[in-house]
Design a protein around this ligand. Structure first.
Ligand SMILES: Nc1ncnc2c1ncn2[C@@H]1O[C@H](COP(=O)(O)OP(=O)(O)OP(=O)(O)O)[C@@H](O)[C@H]1O
Length: 271
């Protein structure tokens, strides 16, 4: 995927303001950003669901604005819950979507992969929010797409469901599927993404691996401990040396050594 100078305005609001992105085949790429940053707008342009005002976009070698149907069948789009098939069962709706593709996955396997085997015979309208979202993912991957777009995929999931969903994304990535996801969850980006970009007010303000974003890897470490006078804290680029020095005086109560979390870095970037 290659994006250069992407622009999109709504009335007089510049929602996407010169975005550049490169995502390699097989990569898991996360776009982070606060509400209204332009994530959904960007993703929908890349999917070919929204018309851009300017810039160059290539997705699987095509301009999404002009791409033929064959291109669309190579892409998995996980839409924000559609309510079209509420009376079908889970298994029926997955089988139904499979018919649209030349070489679909096995519907039963997909139901299993998204953890809905217990609900295979349940009607779609009876699913919980998180279960419905898993069905959306099942429908997005049934066609064996090369590239999957996931817009805030785990919003509304309980913690266990999120972990299961992450395992599913890793499986897809291991099979070589390219994945572009948007998320508000920093731990999700950290757990899944090879690279992340932070979008704020329509612009990319930082890009890198979760480990290095915003200079995180080189940031000073924070050392905290407690002495008889109360809690102590210092910042240093040489924590090993400092801790060794402090330890000469004996055990340090409540010792922790931390680097800025992805969340710390992110909050600073979007401030
Ligand atoms: N169809 C539309 N008409 C007018 N304004 C829109 C439309 N869609 C989005 N916007 C505006 O464009 C900006 C970017 O919206 P977008 O949905 O792309 O943000 P987002 O980063 O996905 O936000 P969120 O995290 O809340 O989903 C927002 O200010 C939003 O109000």
């Amino acid at each position: 995927m290659r994006v250069r100078g992407l622009m999109k305005a709504y009335e007089n609001h510049q929602a996407v303001d010169g975005v550049d992105l490169d995502v390699a085949r097989g990569e898991v790429f996360a776009v982070l950003g606060p509400n209204g940053a332009g994530k959904t707008t960007t993703v929908e342009i890349l999917e070919g669901h929204r018309v851009r005002d300017g810039g160059e976009v290539h997705v699987l070698g095509q301009d999404p604005g002009k791409a033929p149907r064959t291109w669309r069948s190579r892409i998995g789009v996980v839409l924000q819950t559609a309510n079209d098939a509420a009376e079908l069962t889970v298994a029926e709706s997955v089988r139904h979507y499979a018919k649209y593709y030349a070489d679909p996955r096995d519907p039963d396997e997909v139901v299993d992969l998204v953890g809905l085997t217990d609900k295979a015979k349940a009607r779609v309208r009876t699913l919980s929010g998180g279960q419905r979202r898993r069905l959306d993912v099942a429908l997005g991957i049934i066609g064996r797409p090369e590239l999957v777009f996931l817009d805030e995929p785990t919003t509304g999931f309980d913690p266990e469901a999120r972990r299961q969903f992450w395992a599913l994304i890793r499986e897809l990535a291991d099979e070589g599927t390219t994945i572009l996801l948007t998320t508000h969850y920093l731990d999700e980006a950290e757990a899944l993404a090879d690279r992340v970009a932070v979008l704020a007010k329509g612009k990319i303000v930082a890009e890198g691996t979760p480990q290095t974003l915003g200079g995180r890897a080189h940031a000073d470490a924070r050392i905290r401990w407690a002495d008889p006078n109360g809690p102590r804290e210092l910042f240093t680029s040489e924590p090993t040396k400092v801790v060794a020095e402090l330890a000469r005086h004996g055990e340090l109560a409540g010792l922790t050594v931390t680097r800025p979390s992805l969340e710390d870095v992110y909050l600073e970037l979007i401030a």
